[in-house]
Ligand binder design. Structure first.
Ligand code: GRF
Length: 215
């Protein structure tokens, strides 16, 4: 990895994970966010980017004939910035296999559950309905299997008997803001990469659950 790691962030909404990344960029951090791209013009995350002096771009999906056409245009836009890493931070689009293959090994996502549990939506409600004692969030490399790529890091928190989906979401979100900057920094430092059989940290295979953090 060169001395700086160019990162493009894709988002569709609030962008609190983008903000956590921005807030983590002290002088010794090799991460350099070169652009933020949203498929929604009203995404608050775009304003966060502008406030930080970062290029904010909009590519609305509605104008395209289909997923492949949008993803091809998105690839063209992203690649204008020559990123070493593309970070999905609440990007509410399913990505086509060709897009995912194009960024193989340099595409990270964050998901609000302890994968492989609760892929998809409504993760907090589903964890509560299942009576889980623990819940959390996961950073993983993106592969063609939705929410199924090799895990880099998970934060595990206890579920409390008084929890509602909202209270749980709030605590999980706070953990997302810790583990995403950590995983992105590890990637930027060349400590984390995607090997043939899964994610590696410092050259060693990570366990299937990734690096576990229990705050
Ligand atoms: C997060 O919960 C993340 O896990 C999911 O999308 C949400 C984005 O939140 N992929 P924010 O826009 O970063 O606040």
């Amino acid at each position: 990895m060169p001395s700086t790691c160019n990162v493009v962030v894709l988002l569709s909404g609030t962008g609190s994970n983008l903000q956590a990344l921005l807030d983590s960029l002290q002088a010794d951090n090799p991460v350099r966010i070169v652009a933020v791209i949203s498929n929604r013009a009203d995404a608050l995350g775009l304003q966060r980017a502008r406030d930080a002096g970062i290029e904010a771009r909009v590519l609305e999906h509605q104008g395209f004939a289909g997923r492949e056409a949008f993803d091809a245009a998105l690839t063209d836009l992203i690649d204008q910035y020559h990123p070493h890493l593309v970070v999905l931070a609440g990007f509410m689009r399913i990505l086509s296999p060709s897009f995912v293959r194009h960024y193989h090994g340099r595409l990270l996502n964050i998901h609000p559950s302890l994968l492989p549990r609760y892929k998809g939506l409504h993760t907090h409600r589903r964890a509560l309905e299942a009576g889980d004692a623990e819940h959390g969030c996961s950073v993983h490399f993106v592969t063609e299997e939705l929410d199924g790529g090799p895990l880099v890091v998970q934060a595990v928190i206890p579920v409390q008997s008084s929890d509602t989906p909202d209270t749980l979401a709030h605590r999980v979100h706070a953990q997302e803001h810790q583990i995403y900057p950590l995983a992105v920094r590890w990637f930027a430092e060349g400590r984390v990469c995607l090997g043939d059989h899964g994610a590696l940290l410092d050259g060693q295979p990570l366990p299937a659950c990734g690096h576990l953090i229990r705050p």
